[in-house]
Design a protein around this ligand. Sequence first.
Ligand SMILES: Cc1cc2nc3c(=O)[nH]c(=O)nc-3n(C[C@H](O)[C@H](O)[C@H](O)COP(=O)(O)OP(=O)(O)OC[C@H]3O[C@@H](n4cnc5c(N)ncnc54)[C@H](O)[C@@H]3O)c2cc1C
Ligand SMILES: O=C([O-])CC(=O)C(=O)O
Length: 357
Amino acid sequence: MEYCECLSPPIPTPQMAAPRVAVVGAGLIGLSTALRIAEVNPNCCSITLLSEQFSPNTTSDVAAGMLIPHTYPGTPIHVQKQWFKETFTYLFAISNSAEASEAGIHLVSGWQIFKNPSEAEVPFWSDIVLGFRPMSAAELQKFPQHSHGQAFTTLKCDCPPYLLWLEKRLKANGVQIHTRKVADLWELHSEYDIVVNCTGIGARQLVGDQQLFPIRGQVLKVHAPWVKNFIRDGDGLTYIYPGIDSVTLGGTREKESWRLSPDPGTTKDIFDRCCSLEPSLQRAQDIRVKVGLRPSRSCVRLQREVLSQGGAKLLVVHNYGHGAGGFSVHRGTAEEAAHLVQECIAALQGSSSRAKL
Ligand SMILES: Cc1cc2nc3c(=O)[nH]c(=O)nc-3n(C[C@H](O)[C@H](O)[C@H](O)COP(=O)(O)OP(=O)(O)OC[C@H]3O[C@@H](n4cnc5c(N)ncnc54)[C@H](O)[C@@H]3O)c2cc1C
Ligand SMILES: O=C([O-])CC(=O)C(=O)O
């Protein structure tokens, strides 16, 4: 992985046409990365978003959207913490604005509970969420099977509304949006100078990344407006996450499974596990089942690459592989990808002015 210093926004020379940037992918990562590039480089490049699928047909639409980080074993913790902090700060400001309901961003308080005290260690993100503390004995009475727990307030994105809000912001920033499946990044070289690859699990085929694999997740979205607090079993398998219009009940983690159809036995199992933590869910209505493939990797691929064929070059920035934690870190990784795009723009300007000498 490469980490880069922020460069000042380059000013195009009169001789150089504005660089043409294509962002591939319209899940959470493509939308948020395109937005950050547009914010960092106003009027300095043209940006087009290309994607085979849009909301509501992406993995990002299936997610619970909770800001509780997952650990990437191949990325230093201080980097993951910075990504989470930037994401939390960004969404906290939205939650505290008039945009909050349209963007689907809200604060939610609750508990992460453990059966084994050795699992209940203080996580690296404890000082970023709000009011993190051990649960009291009185709170733990609600969970007779669990001996320890952590109480805190975090943020939740209601996923389809947030994706639509990002798309609206892109259009307001002049980003062009087209439906297109890209079979090979090189096919874009005559139309674009820089390509940003945000294709999630699609990158396995698009760039042949064998380190990327799916972790299948099945969740239920139910109507249970009386459930106000989140509950997450610390083993990460069972969770109850109240959103604005529905409550997400999870979940499953099936490595290397590409199956997108819901499994009825798993639906019953998830429902029973959640009811054992929150018995009032037995009266939940309007149960919908969703499946998504988490784009998993030991670390997010945030990297520059130069593709070349017969003397022609295409600058590429990769930003994919967010696994189970994309919502928790997306603004931080978008920031880093936007810096890599700035470096590419600076490199193009350097080579353009050298060619003029
Ligand atoms: C059940 C479940 C629950 C989750 N809950 C949470 C949570 O609570 N908190 C959290 O932080 N994270 C959560 N996640 C993880 C989160 O959903 C992912 O990390 C995130 O959605 C990944 O976003 P993405 O944009 O990379 O991928 P995607 O949403 O899959 O988007 C990829 C985009 O690329 C496009 N594409 C792919 N290939 C091509 C191609 N060749 N040409 C053109 N376009 C292409 C696709 O059409 C799509 O638009 C959850 C995931 C699941 C499955
Ligand atoms: O683990 C969680 O709390 C939710 C999540 O991110 C997932 O299911 O991928």
